[in-house]
Design a protein around this ligand. Sequence first.
Ligand code: ASP
Ligand code: MG
Length: 412
Amino acid sequence: MPVLVMKFGGTSVATLDRIRRAAKRVGVEVSRGYDVIVIVSAMAGETNKLVGFVQDTSPLFDAREYDAVVSSGENVTAGLMALTLQEMDIPARSWQGWQVPLRTTSAHSQARIEEIPTDNITAKFGEGMKVAVVAGFQGVSPEGRITTLGRGGSDTTAVAFAAAFGAERCDIYTDVDGVYTTDPRICEKARKLDRIAFEEMLELASLGAKVLQTRSVELAMRYKVKLRVLSSLSEQTDGSGTIVCDEEDIMESNVVAGVAHSRDEAKMTLVSVEDRPGIASSIFTPLAEAGVNVDMIVQNISEDGRTDMTFSCPTDQVKRAEKALNDARTAGHMTFTDIKADTGVAKVSVVGIGMRSHAGVAAKMFRVLAQEGINIKVITTSEIKISVLIDRKYMELAVQALHDAFELEKAG
Ligand code: ASP
Ligand code: MG
């Protein structure tokens, strides 16, 4: 029998009614002849509540016990989903991560999947079971302790199961009906995409389009798992949602697939650092060690052997970045005269694999921003993405203007 993986996020299993609704969708796929692996998240809000319990109990918590607590939300929904399916006369049972066993590294709260043996579940399918319900987000370490895969990790569980079982597709049911050209809350002309390439989705996911955990997209790309993102709250047809697939499976597309934004960015400038070999390393090593997520980096023009170094990071990491840099200076690893932090910036990016073969996308982007009177503070580019840092108050305007200019409301 072909295998289908269906993942239901927190809003899709938020109440017993929603679980019943999801189970009906599973029933439809079973009647089409699939052996179904259902991956469930915890009920909406549940994981946040559990994280709060841990923090209130022990501020410097033991990460192994954190995982024991926060993984438990998925145990509840897995069992309830199996019971709901049984009530519908569909042979189903639940598995917790350790029972599969989904083996991970020991990096508690951020564990990576190492192996998913398939024999156990395949044997049950052979005995007539129709649905294996697996608790998402959790696994077991080589030491036999419960681990979790990072927030949003059940997307990654779903893709990993789809890869391990050679599933025909991995359907991700969520509270939006697909991936959009941009955030519909900012731009009312945003259009749902029928298809998007893995690489584009990866850029959009890492830019904060919170539909899929970034790691799940990386994994899907590596194992060529065809993903479909769709809503569990609206009626489904075969063409519903957005397919995330290999670029070869996309016939025609716009040069630009989408416009992404990231609101809480900060621009930091280290004034007058020495311009010598090793300076970037002495700045960014302590930042990395302090867990600062540096994104864009610009080294300014050098004068008299000194230069300014500018980088961006999330606003809530500014204090940590300042401390790491000041400590590195005190330790004598480098010198600078000042750290300037501008916490009022946002990042706007255009993304599309079509940029590889079309020139002029950057020029057009800059022209559009100029016409709106928006000043660009930092620019970075990759093969399929151009990002700019601008004043946060212009973010919405920039997104709308770019969406219009690249005519994203029209299908390619
Ligand atoms: N329940 C976990 C979380 O909220 C995992 C997930 O839903 O993907 O992060
Ligand atoms: Mg999620």
